[in-house]
Design a protein around this ligand. Structure first.
Ligand code: MTE
Length: 319
């Protein structure tokens, strides 16, 4: 089986965070950063299609895009979540997301592309990609942040495989809609399914990744298993979880939070300390686990890499 259901995972299988830090340190010391983990005579592959649930993913390359800030703990990352499909409280996803079945899993890929539309099994989505570790700041629109050691691969690499045509100006994503397993979907806190979108050049940017793991192991359900988006220069709500549909579309898609409260949440949602949310300031943030506030950086600290995507745009209007 590719990825076990979260409820099948014994807590003893979950990486002890200290073990993870030790392993990282060992890897860095033995290889000077350029990894070469060897098991017997065989080089272990980390091809995504071979993932086993909550098993360490070998051979994770450190990425030049990673931040060197202190990581949030495994506990913070897996118990303080937003996943409205399981409730509105931060601890609801860790309580209820095990009710979602993630095996088998496939992703419908369709729209303005040369390849035929298809339901692609997760194994085939992942097979050609090599996984890397990306340590990113995640800045939530609610003015808190975390530092997360994701495991994933560039979204752009997946998009290229389906050969979008020049009509494909945006990419639209959908989360699983299964009210019988996702108790939040039995109410109307948002319109279901959860939808997000990116402009094509944003989606192709090398910082945008699809994540399958965290702390060197596969994602737990509350984090958006088995496949979620991570766009580190945008507010966290753009990072849609448990993706079942990817569409290449001509028009800018509506996204769930914009539909719910259009004057508070736009399409772009770039982290911007100069544009306040109508009800609170975005100039600073609280790192989860710390008491003090820190200043929020433009594009969440990734301005050098992404500012050129928005040249000439009024970021107050396009919030
Ligand atoms: N994806 C879905 N399907 N449903 C959600 O409610 N919440 C978003 C985003 N992705 C959400 C979602 C919000 S508001 C944030 S801040 C991030 O997920 C939180 O990701 P995390 O729980 O991994 O920190």
């Amino acid at each position: 089986m590719l990825i076990k259901r979260a409820q099948e995972i014994r807590s003893s299988e979950i990486t002890d965070e200290q073990q993870y830090h030790n392993r990282r340190q060992f890897i860095q010391q033995t290889s000077g950063g350029a990894l070469g983990l060897v098991a017997g005579a065989t080089m272990l592959s980390n091809s995504a299609a071979q993932l086993q649930a909550q098993e360490p993913i070998p051979n994770l390359q450190p990425s030049p895009f990673s931040t060197d800030e202190d990581l949030n703990s495994f506990e913070d990352i897996t118990t303080y979540n937003n996943f409205y499909e399981f409730g509105l409280q931060k601890e609801d996803p860790s309580r209820y997301a095990h009710e979602m079945t993630i095996d088998p899993w496939s992703v419908r890929v369709e729209g303005e592309m040369n390849k035929p539309a298809a339901d692609v099994p997760l194994e085939d989505i992942l097979r050609p990609h090599t996984l890397e570790e990306r340590i990113y700041r995640l800045r939530c629109v609610e003015a808190w942040s975390m530092v997360v050691p994701w495991v994933g691969f560039p979204l752009g690499d997946l998009i290229r495989r389906f050969e979008p045509t020049s009509n494909a100006k945006f990419v639209r994503f959908e989360t699983l809609h299964r009210p019988e397993e996702m108790r939040g979907q039995r109410g109307r806190s948002l319109e279901w399914p959860y939808v997000e979108g990116l402009r094509m050049d944003e989606a192709m940017h090398p910082l945008a990744i699809l994540a399958v793991g965290v702390y060197g192991k596969t994602l737990l359900n509350q984090q958006g298993a088995p496949l979620r988006l991570v766009v580190p220069w945008k507010y966290g709500f753009k990072s849609i979880k448990s993706i079942v549909k990817i569409q290449f579309v001509r028009e800018q898609p509506l996204n769930s939070w914009n539909v719910a409260i259009p004057n508070e949440y736009g399409f772009y949602s770039n982290v911007n300390p100069e544009v306040d949310h109508p009800r609170w300031s975005q100039a600073s943030e609280r790192r989860i686990g710390s008491f003090f506030r820190i200043r929020t950086a433009m594009f969440n600290g990734y301005a050098e890499q992404v500012a050129s995507l928005y040249e000439g745009m009024d970021l107050r209007r396009n919030y």
